[in-house]
Design a protein around this ligand. Structure first.
Ligand code: RTP
Ligand code: MG
Length: 154
């Protein structure tokens, strides 16, 4: 039995505003993942701060929260056998200069503008994927999802 893993992708405001980046990102997502849920939202600073609460003490926290609440963001719940790692690999390194040198065809390598404006977010573990999906989709039923996909991927 193999469960379809889930990850939360967030396309950051500067990428949502860039039609070339957005259509490229949507295409690669559509080609690689089952898109389970999608929603376009804006965040107030408090909600963005709660989402990134693990980074509360970091020097970049205020910058990150201000940016993430500066415009529309696209949320995608992605399904794949290896969703978490695959999406993070497609994103490339967090720091844009590193992405541009080490993985120029990653999404951050191609469309990243700075360490804050680095295109998109990806869950980093099964536990954080669950927390993040619940954060934005409080009615999402992991039980139903796993039960349904168990039959598909036995
Ligand atoms: P993400 O959470 O966005 O998928 O990225 P990540 O795991 O690779 O990086 P993480 O350490 O969780 O950081 C979250 C976001 O904070 C911003 N950041 N800025 N040096 C900096 O200025 C800095 N370091 C991190 C990035 O926008 C990163 O995506
Ligand atoms: Mg992270």
């Amino acid at each position: 039995m193999c469960k379809l893993q889930l990850s939360l992708a967030i396309i950051k405001p500067h990428a949502v505003k860039n039609p070339v980046a957005l259509s490229y990102i949507r295409n690669v997502i559509k080609n690689k993942f089952v898109v389970v849920k999608t929603k376009r939202v804006t965040l107030d600073q408090e909600t963005a701060g709660n989402f990134y609460i693990e980074h509360e003490e970091k020097f970049f926290f205020n910058r990150l929260v201000t940016f993430m609440s500066s415009g529309y963001i696209d949320l995608h719940v992605l399904g794949h056998r290896n969703a978490i790692q695959l999406w993070r690999t497609m994103l490339g390194p967090t720091k844009v200069f590193k992405a541009q040198f080490e993985d120029p065809y990653s999404l951050r390598g191609m469309f990243g503008l700075s360490d804050t404006r680095n295109v998109a977010h990806g869950s980093d573990s099964i536990a954080s994927a669950e927390r993040e999906i619940k954060f934005f989709f409080p009615d999402f039923s992991f039980y139903e999802w796993h039960t349904n996909t168990e039959q598909l991927y036995r």
